[in-house]
Design a protein around this ligand. Structure first.
Ligand SMILES: [Zn+2]
Length: 302
């Protein structure tokens, strides 16, 4: 199971901190993010009060700010055990807001469902809010898992369907008294983090994965000479991180021919020494030539 927010330095917290800093933009998106947060994160919802309890100040802050953007002041209190409770209370405005969000029907019943969300911008914002409210992602040093838990199977299905609309397949399972939409494929998790806008966390996950891969490859490929090998690998990890950063921002095609050639080769052969890389170039290049080009690449990202 992924870390929850209890760990103050958990990966989930880092992701939520990043999401908290993203401005919601258009009013449609403010509403949609608020709706996702309330459906998945609120401790209770009534016609005149929405209450959210969390030990993560970013989640509470998100609720307070969105409420304010929607014209309602939420009050925050410390509620013991390191938790905070935020309460938005207003007998007129809350009912109107819930009605506008389709969380309250004409008969005065609260509906805890996502309903139809048409615009792409709002689907994404809804998922951001839902993740803030009840999402978790594992520390990639341990394993890969991202999930959002929901109080009902229907609501869990709603979030899975929205992910599906945006191209992501999540599984659903029941756990204790909750329903959980989850994914364990690291590439899908990377893409979901990017979708949500947690790009620093996405890069961190990618980097950790690369390091793990390189270490595994190298451990498989060689025994002995451990200190030499780990030096080669550490250098290689830094080079590969720089190359990935270029690939994922401007693209490798933006590099001059000589640098692009060595960048591609480095990605293909993560565990080779510089001398061996140089031999594979056409025409071959000396170790210091290879080193010179890789240093240029590393300089580009700084
Ligand atoms: Zn929108």
């Amino acid at each position: 199971m992924p870390d929850n927010d209890n760990g103050k330095r958990s990966f989930s917290r880092k992701v939520k901190r990043e999401l908290y800093r993203i401005e919601p933009g258009e009013m449609c998106c403010v509403r949609s993010r608020f709706k996702g947060l309330v459906l998945f994160g609120a401790a209770s919802v009534t016609k005149n009060e929405i209450r959210l309890v969390s030990d993560n100040p970013d989640v509470v802050g998100c609720f307070v700010e969105l409420s304010r953007l929607l014209g309602i002041e939420a009050e925050v209190k410390q509620s013991g055990g390191g938790k905070y409770s935020a309460v938005a209370r207003d007998s007129v405005k809350i009912a109107q807001l819930l009605y506008d969000l389709k969380l309250l029907d004409e008969a005065g019943e609260i509906l805890m469902r996502a309903g139809e969300i048409k615009k792409m911008c709002c689907k994404r914002e809804f998922l951001r809010g839902a993740f803030m409210g009840a999402g978790a992602v594992s520390d990639p040093n341990k394993n890969y898992a991202l999930e959002i838990s929901a109080p009902s199977r229907e609501l869990c299905g709603d979030v899975a369907r929205l992910f599906d609309d945006l191209g992501f397949k999540l599984q659903i399972t029941a756990r204790k008294k909750k329903y959980v939409a989850y994914v364990k494929n690291s590439e899908v998790i990377e893409d979901i983090l990017a979708l949500l806008g947690a790009c620093t966390s996405q890069m961190e996950l990618i980097n950790i994965k690369i390091e793990k891969e390189i270490r595994n490859d190298a451990n498989r490929g060689a025994n002995g000479e451990t200190s030499n090998l780990s030096r080669t690998i550490n250098a290689s990890v830094d080079q590969i991180k720089a190359i990935y950063q270029i690939r994922d921002t401007v693209g490798l095609d933006a590099l001059p021919d000589d640098l692009r050639e060595i960048a591609r080769l480095r990605l293909e052969h993560k565990d080779l020494s510089l001398t061996e890389l140089g031999r594979r170039l056409n025409p071959p290049l000396t170790k210091s030539g290879v080193n010179h080009r890789l240093k240029k690449i590393m300089k580009l990202v700084k």
